[in-house]
Design a protein around this ligand. Structure first.
Ligand code: SF4
Length: 182
């Protein structure tokens, strides 16, 4: 089985929310300190095709579950959170709702002055190979924590991530270039 090919297909062809909407698995959070540097807001997306064995959030896999909400309402909610350094997208899989996530990422960067991070079960290289909207979303990030959770590589000592294959990639906003790897 060609896992890279499947991943790229999933990045390009997963079900999309209607225009102006995003599918979320739960309410937006604030003051989170475990999903990136500083105090952070978190947007929890719904829908993940990766199905990593040992995933802590399997209830976020279903593309028809969760709630469909207006992107404008998400932005308005985020704007009420004071003192946040940035926003992190968690899942579910943010990279399969790339247009919706990018719209929110652009809003918090431009209107709130926040930096933007995202988790993804896909690798940087798979997202680059898929191109299109997923790559455009990646280019709007400051950091990506990439790769699937692999239970045999579990390590409780890692910053913000669960398994040793996952990387914390600091990115150049606007180009997606990798600046450094943790
Ligand atoms: S990518 Fe994340 S949400 Fe999806 S199955 Fe893997 S660990 Fe779970």
């Amino acid at each position: 089985m060609d896992y890279n090919k499947i991943a790229i297909e999933n990045l390009r062809n997963s079900p999309q929310p209607p225009a102006g909407k995003i599918r979320l698995s739960g309410p937006c959070e604030h003051d989170n300190i475990v999903n990136g540097d500083g105090l952070r807001a978190v947007v929890w997306t719904q829908g993940c095709p990766n199905h990593c064995p040992g995933c802590q959030n399997p209830e976020t896999w279903d593309f028809d579950a969760g709630v469909l909400v207006d992107i404008d309402d998400v932005c308005k909610k985020l704007a009420t959170f004071p003192g946040q350094a940035g926003l992190t997208f968690c899942g579910g899989e943010p990279m399969v709702q790339p247009k919706a996530c990018k719209q929110i990422a652009d809003f918090v960067r431009k209107e709130l002055g926040w930096n933007v991070w995202s988790f993804s079960g896909f690798t940087y290289e798979q997202i680059e190979a898929a191109g299109g909207d997923a790559w455009e979303f990646l280019k709007s990030l400051d950091a990506l924590i990439d790769g699937p959770f692999i239970r045999s590589q579990l390590d409780f000592g890692l910053k913000y991530r669960g398994s040793r294959n996952q990387r914390l990639l600091h990115l150049e906003y606007g180009t997606g270039k990798i600046l450094s790897v943790e």
